[in-house]
Each structure stands twice: as C-alpha cells, then as structure tokens.
Design a protein around this ligand. Structure first.
Ligand code: GLU
Length: 478
C-alpha cells in the first residue's frame, strides 16, 4: 500500500489534517506500506515556506514519519508541486491531443457574468461549453493571435460509480459535473489535475482524505480514465464537528496542532485522541498506545458519521498519559516549559534536579505540561504573592501563624517534610487552629499562591533558609 498526506501549506496544521495524516500513516505502518508526504503548493500566492516547515514540525512531533517526501527524498522527487509543473503540462497536452480537453478563451469576468445570469434565470451555472463549439479554424486563429486560454477537461457522458472504503458505493452523474479547468491561462495546473498526475506518478494505491474532497473524486476518476489509468481506492473520512454540530473551526477555540503542543499536550495523547475521531477499536477501549493503534487500525471501523471534537476528553486523556510517565521522563518533558517561561536556563542541571524532586508532587496536579509552570515557579523565583492569595494573609490569625511557624522552623533539627509537618501541626494545635487554617498563610508566604504542590514537601525542596526568608517577607508586607 502506498498512501500519502498532501497538505496545502497555506497555514498551520489543523487537527483535522493531523487526523488525516495519522490515518494514512497508521494504514501504511500496519500493512508495511509507504507513507508519502507531498506538499501541494500550487497556490503560490497563499503557500508559505513557514507553513511547510511548521507542518513538518507538527508531523514529527506527532511521530508521523514519512518514507518519501521533503527532506527524506524518494524516487518520485520532488515532493512539492511547484517542482512538478512539467508533468502536469505533459498530461494536459496529452489530453488535448486526444480530444479529451479543449482550450477555453472565456475571460473570468465574462464567466462570472454568465454564471450570475444563469442563476437568475434558474439555469445551471455550469460552464456552457461555449468554446467547445468553436471551429478548428477559429481556435487556431485565436491561439495564433495570442489570446490567453485555459484548458478545460471535456467531461464525457455517463456516470461515475466507485466504492468508497468508508461510505460504500457512491454514484455521480456526469451531467452534474462541469468541464473543469485543468490548466489556467497563466499555465498553472489546477488542484484536480495536479493531484491526479501526482497520485499516478507516485503510485498511490489508497487516497484517504477528508470528505470535503468527496465532490472532487468523480472529476479525478474521470481524469484517471482519460489518462488511461486505473484510479486508486478512495476513502473519505467523516467531518470533525464541534459540540454545536458545526464543522470544527477557529470559532470553537484552538484547532491547530501547534497550539496543543504549546500548552503541553503529549503527542502520544494527541495521537490516541485523534485516532478515535471517527474510528474505534471496540465500544469501550479509549487508552491505546501507538503499537495497539498500528496493530488494529482499519478503514472498516471508520465511521461515516461526523466525529465530535470533545476537548474535555482530550484533556482527561492527556492527564492519564501524564500520570503514567516516570519521574525523570515527566521532568524532562516539563523542563522546556520552565525554560520557555524564563524560570530556568536550558543548561541548568541543578534546576533540573530540583524539578525532578518536585515531579512526584506535580504528577496528579497537572493536566497539561504547561500547568506545571505556575505550580513550581516558587522553587525557581522569588514569589510575588498573587492578589487572591493576599486575602489569606489579611486574616487576623496570619501574623501569629507566620511568627510561630518561623520560630518552630528555625529550631527544627532536620528540615525534612515529616519533621516540618510535625512541627506545624503542633503549632496549629497550640494556637487552637484547624490545620488548614494554620497552613494556608504559610503556603501563601512560601509559594505565593493558594494552590500549590504539597506544602511540607515543597518546603523541604526549597530549604530552610529560603522558607524563613519568605515567611519574614510576608510578615513585613502585612
Ligand atoms: N491539498 C489538499 C488539501 O489540503 C489535499 C488533497 C487530497 O488529499 O487529495 O485539502
């Protein structure tokens, strides 16, 4: 099996595109086939180099490696449409010679005007084949006099039937398909021509893509036949919708793979979640590692019904994956987030060791890696007491608590979590306070926040000196 992912680099990688890439990749890996990355940059005005780089970075982050494509090469080089114009032109010229395409001299404004009129009069707005009826002599004359022209495909009569591997048998009537453009008057190829020429040349056996392309499929099948080739198999994946039933878009929040990476979703959670957007293993299994996905993925279990994007589920899944990470691995994944937040330098080994010790305190308190930044900030930076935490200090017992705690901690022989705990509990009892009431001002003084990792462990990590300094500073600020 030879499969491809063929993004148009006009922006970031959308989660829907990532799912398409994933399904192609899973099929290729399951069947020991090839997964090809092809950049569809024929729309030069909207394609950018940054988008190409960003898409490749996101694919790599998800672990979707390609066997042929940019940066890895392959025998169908180049894997960017801008380098493949000659192939498209050759194919178009062949169709012209065979009488399966014809030049069209109609100008865009003219076409738009005729479309408007047709719609107004309740006629079909499809191209009216005006240029098909030109005589051979007239055609020659126009070409010779340098009038620019596009090349249109001559859609034959009949119908196109194919068996979609997700949706079953589908039939389109050819009379509903207009003579679509193959080459524009500036010589550039349209999507439908380029994609067919490329899929043929790259020997693609299965085209697996979003169902927004379903209406292109009959056109492409007609082109394959006109070029004397067998079309590949097609599978159109269900649309991804938000909970309001509308196609998932920016309006619903973040939809780019990059934004999830930046918040600290794990690629393995993302892959697991994306896999379940339209496919299932059975009716109950949700957490599946990459190997399980590869061993079990099949188009037969892809649904044709829209898949609902549920970000709460993604968040939950991510927390499950975080919980399963070992200390060192979690620390290694969190560390870059601290670097990015400016809390530590990326070569600070000591800071990493501190984080590593704090990791067991974090694991159950974060759902995305980015959550860790605020929770451990106090270990790496002097604290600024957050506004809503300040109210805790304003409570009248706070000053007494802080003073007593300071004394107790100063006298402690061993500054370890169990000893800190014993001392502070005794203090609370002495002052006639509930533990929570007594610990909260200390937490705020030490971490600057009302919510933090476990207090006594955090204090041990921070060390006696810094704890005492922070308690003193909080008292001064009262
Ligand atoms: N370049 C097209 C897109 O990004 C994909 C076309 C295809 O998969 O055939 O939508």
């Amino acid at each position: 099996m030879r499969l491809r992912f063929a993004p148009s680099p006009t922006g970031y990688l959308h989660v829907g595109g990532a799912r398409t890439a994933l399904y192609n990749w899973l099929l290729a890996r399951r069947h020991q086939g090839s997964f090809i990355l092809r950049i569809e940059d024929t729309d030069i005005s909207r394609s950018t180099e940054e988008a190409i780089q960003a898409i490749m970075e996101d694919l790599r982050w998800l672990g979707l490696d390609w066997d042929e494509g940019p940066e890895v090469g392959g025998r169908h080089f180049p894997y960017r449409q801008t380098g493949r114009y000659a192939l498209y032109r050759d194919a178009a010229m062949r169709l012209l010679r065979d009488g399966k395409a014809y030049p069209c001299f109609c100008e865009p404004e003219e076409l738009a005007e005729r479309r408007r009129e047709a719609l107004k009069e309740g006629r079909s707005p499809m191209y009216d084949r005006r240029c098909l009826s030109l005589s051979e002599a007239e055609r020659e004359a126009r070409i010779r006099s340098g009038i620019p022209y596009a090349l249109r495909f001559l859609v034959p009569e009949g119908e196109v039937t194919f068996t979609d591997l997700v949706r079953g048998e589908i039939t389109f009537r050819n009379r509903d398909i207009e003579d679509f453009v193959l080459l524009r008057s500036d010589g550039s190829a349209t999507y439908n021509l380029a994609v067919v020429v490329d899929d043929l040349d790259m020997e693609i056996t299965h085209v697996v893509r979003g169902d927004d392309h379903l209406s292109n499929t009959p056109k492409q099948i007609l082109l394959y036949r006109a070029l004397g080739a067998e079309p590949p198999a097609f599978a159109h994946l269900p649309m991804i919708v938000a909970r309001d039933g509308r196609p998932l878009s920016k309006r619903h929040g973040d939809v780019s793979v990059g934004s999830f990476r930046e918040k600290g979703y794990l690629p393995e959670a993302m892959v697991n979640f994306l896999a379940l957007l339209g496919w299932s293993l059975d009716d109950s299994t949700t957490i599946m590692d990459r190997r399980t996905l590869i061993e079990n993925f099949s188009l037969e279990r892809v649904s044709s019904k829209p898949a609902v994007w549920d970000e709460d589920k993604l968040l939950w899944m991510n927390s499950q994956y975080i919980m399963a990470l070992g200390d060192r691995e979690l620390a290694e994944r969190v560390f870059p987030f601290l670097v990015r937040a400016g809390l530590v330098k990326d070569d600070d080994q000591k800071a990493f060791e501190v984080l590593l010790k704090a990791t067991p305190l974090l694991r159950e308190r974060i759902k995305v890696l980015g959550d860790a930044v605020h929770l451990v900030r106090f270990l790496f930076q002097e604290v600024d007491i957050e506004d809503d935490a300040r109210t805790v200090l304003e409570d009248e017992v706070s000053e007494r608590v802080l003073r007593e705690a300071g004394k107790g901690l100063l006298e402690l022989k061993e500054f370890t979590a169990p000893h800190i705990e014993t001392t502070l509990r005794e203090m609370a009892e002495r002052l006639g306070l509930k533990p929570r009431q007594a610990f909260q001002p200390i937490r705020v003084a030490i971490t600057g926040r009302k919510v933090s990792p476990p207090l006594f462990e955090s204090m041990e990590l921070l060390g006696r000196e810094r704890c005492l300094q922070r308690i003193a500073r909080a008292m001064e600020s009262l």
